[in-house]
Design a protein around this ligand. Structure first.
Ligand SMILES: NC(=O)c1ccc[n+]([C@@H]2O[C@H](COP(=O)([O-])OP(=O)(O)OC[C@H]3O[C@@H](n4cnc5c(N)ncnc54)[C@H](O)[C@@H]3O)[C@@H](O)[C@H]2O)c1
Length: 534
């Protein structure tokens, strides 16, 4: 405790945080804690997390595997009633309470010292450019603004429909599930967990949360901030543990809804294990089409810049990253491929515009590239080499922003081409106007339909592509992008009944509430009532 006070006393770091993101290192490691039944608790076993930029051990986190320890999380989840912690008929004052908590969290996140703390902490565990990490904090802050005040109860507003006779009326409610789980990936360690956990909480659910241990120190600190802002302490439990331990809890608990964000492999596995009681945000193999209309040079430069951002921002580790780019031959003639090559060449480790790749190492990346280069007429457009002169440990990838060209007609024949490589990597292909339906065939045969960009202002072209595809987040128009999961529009896949959304009113209602209808029928029966059987 003394140590924490010192942190606050000699810096601008608020006292509820328990580390200094500028100082954590092998000599000054941070020890994280689990959170259970309103208390920070230690574990019997710990795991060491290494600094992704230099391999130094700098954080230790609980690695709960002991069944008795895990059982406590299951028991806590089971304490939540099936009707939730609040609903429109029970404890409705908690909607206001959450409006107040969200308001206070937003105000806290707006403070420069809090923003800077979280940006730096995100950068320490998922090294990304300042602008990318800052964007994550700002989106989170705006989400909390959006659900401040009376918004939690407006969000879950009910409706009434007149009945067939006096005293009869049906009321439709947005009802909580009760006990719920959130499982989150490494790449947005603040935004994804915060938006999903609070979406669940404000609608009346209790949450068991498990993030990726490599980065979850960010949510450990965020939870401390939220508790400082009045979050009811027993509404959330948080575990540092591996997939197996989490799965044990999910199987044995009474979770009526698990929201999973991560790879398709784990999503499919959990769907079976949890008998389909799951909402998923999984892999993205996101596409962008540059249409036939090439705009003025400034807009061409914008489109090239956006393309570079979409493919390589955050080192390509966004589920919305541009994985495949279909370039109309008119754009090739305008020199587009040279522009994106030039932009990619300016990315560097020094400012984290390119950084460590957390889930793919160099051997795996090279293997993937080699497999694709076996395809006739495929070639490296740019990149394709490991980074040199760096200290990124070999368990992580360190690779140049890379683009491989594969001819359109070869893409569908080779599954590897449309497999997500979660790093600074994209497939580029070209097409002519009479090949647009071939492009759509490729797109519609992809497994995932998360984000897409249709870069054109030709209304007929836009409508043709929009009306024949199904991506949940489709950016359309000459400045279309693929990345961006802000708080102001839906983000999630389309075309899968398990697909989840994040952050917006529709997303929260769809993921965290179910429909309940109470049909009131309260008038006494007419005098002398004699019923006829039918
Ligand atoms: N669609 C989206 O909104 C979205 C957002 C971010 C990331 N992603 C996807 O996530 C992937 C990258 O993340 P990752 O590689 O860390 O994913 P991952 O599936 O390996 O891990 C995600 C989380 O699941 C946990 N986990 C693993 N096995 C588990 C099990 N059996 N039971 C319970 N939990 C388990 C992990 O510990 C981690 O916390 C990419 O495919 C990316 O596209 C999707």
């Amino acid at each position: 405790m003394q140590k924490f006070r010192n942190i606050a006393a000699f810096s601008t770091i608020p006292s509820y945080f328990t580390l200094d993101p500028n100082q954590i290192s092998a000599r000054n490691p941070h020890k994280a804690q689990n959170f259970l039944r309103g208390k920070w608790i230690d574990s019997h076993k710990y795991q060491t997390i290494i600094d992704p930029l230099n391999g130094e051990p700098f954080i230790t986190v609980p690695d709960v595997q002991d069944r008795q320890e895990l059982q406590k999380f299951i028991d806590s989840a089971k304490e939540c009633p099936i009707s939730g912690l609040h609903n429109p008929l029970k404890n409705p004052q908690r909607y206001q309470l959450y409006g107040e908590v969200c308001h206070k969290i937003a105000a806290e996140l707006k403070k420069k010292e809090v923003h800077d703390f979280l940006v730096k902490l995100i950068q320490r565990v998922v090294p990304k450019h300042f602008a990318q990490a800052s964007g994550e904090v700002v989106v989170t802050e705006r989400f909390f603004q959006n659900f401040s005040g009376d918004q939690p109860r407006f969000l879950t507003r009910s409706f009434n429909v007149a009945g067939d006779r006096p005293g009869q009326q049906s009321s439709g409610y947005r009802w909580p599930y009760g006990s719920c789980a959130v499982v989150a990936p490494f790449n947005f360690p603040l935004e994804i967990p915060s938006l999903q956990i609070f979406g669940a909480l404000i609608t009346g659910n209790k949450v068991f949360f498990k993030g990726d241990s490599r980065v979850n120190v960010v949510m450990e600190q965020m939870l401390r901030l939220a508790l400082h802002c009045g979050l009811p302490a027993t509404d959330v439990d948080m575990l540092f543990g591996n997939g197996e331990a989490t799965e044990f809890i999910l199987r044995q608990g009474n979770f009526r809804n698990t929201q999973f964000t991560g790879s398709s492999k784990v999503a499919e596995h959990l769907t079976k294990v949890l008998n389909g009681k799951i909402r998923i945000e999984d892999a993205g193999f996101d596409w962008k089409i540059l249409g036939p209309d090439v705009p003025d040079v400034d807009t061409q430069n914008y489109v090239a810049w956006q393309s570079d951002q979409d493919a390589y921002g955050s080192t390509g580790q966004k589920c919305s990253a541009q994985s495949i780019l279909f370039v109309h031959e008119n754009w090739v003639k305008a020199g587009f491929l040279d522009k994106i090559k030039q932009l990619a060449s300016t990315r560097k480790l020094q400012d984290l515009s390119n950084g460590p790749i957390i889930t793919w190492n160099n051997t795996q990346i090279k293997q993937h590239i080699d497999n694709i280069l076996k395809i006739p007429q495929s070639k490296v457009l740019f990149g394709g080499q490991e980074l040199k002169n760096h200290t990124i440990p070999s368990i992580y990838g360190a690779f140049e922003p890379t683009a491989l060209y594969v001819p359109l007609e070869q893409i569908q024949k080779n599954k590897a081409v449309t497999t997500e490589l979660f790093g600074p990597f994209q497939i580029v292909t070209t097409y002519a106007s009479d090949q647009i339906n071939q492009v759509l065939d490729v797109i519609n045969n992809l497994e995932n339909h998360l984000t897409a960009g249709i870069v054109s202002n030709d209304v007929n072209f836009l409508r043709h592509v929009q009306s024949n595809t199904t991506n949940g987040v489709t950016y359309s128009g000459i400045r279309a992008r693929t990345t961006g999961a802000p708080q102001n529009h839906w983000f999630g896949p389309c075309g899968d009944p398990r697909g989840a959304g994040i952050g917006t009113p529709e997303a929260i209602l769809s993921v965290w509430t179910c429909h309940r209808e109470i049909i009131h029928d309260i008038d006494l029966a007419p005098q002398g009532f004699k019923g006829q059987q039918s």
